[in-house]
Design a protein around this ligand. Structure first.
Ligand SMILES: [Zn+2]
Length: 84
């Protein structure tokens, strides 16, 4: 009789992503606050998608507007460090 391998379940850790702006009411989305906005962009300057950052639809929308506004007045880059 063959020894059956123990069916060990791989534990996939699901870290509940929660919108940072919903969790912390003191955090506000403002195009002038590039420190906050920078957190939601990649080092290439792209906006981090919702599925990665966990930001809710409402705040992601506000964030996108803020980032685009900040880019327009040159507070943030359209394109950041491009690795080659
Ligand atoms: Zn939110």
């Amino acid at each position: 009789m063959a020894i059956r391998p123990v069916n060990r379940r791989k534990r996939v850790f699901h870290r509940r992503k929660v919108c940072r702006f919903c969790a912390d009411k003191s955090m506000n989305i403002d195009y002038k606050e590039t420190r906050t906005l920078r957190y939601f962009t990649t080092d290439r300057g792209k906006i981090v998608p919702r599925r990665i950052s966990g930001t809710c639809a409402k705040h992601q929308r506000a964030l996108t507007t803020a980032i685009k506004r900040a880019r327009h007045i040159a507070l943030m880059p359209f394109v950041g460090n491009v690795p080659d």
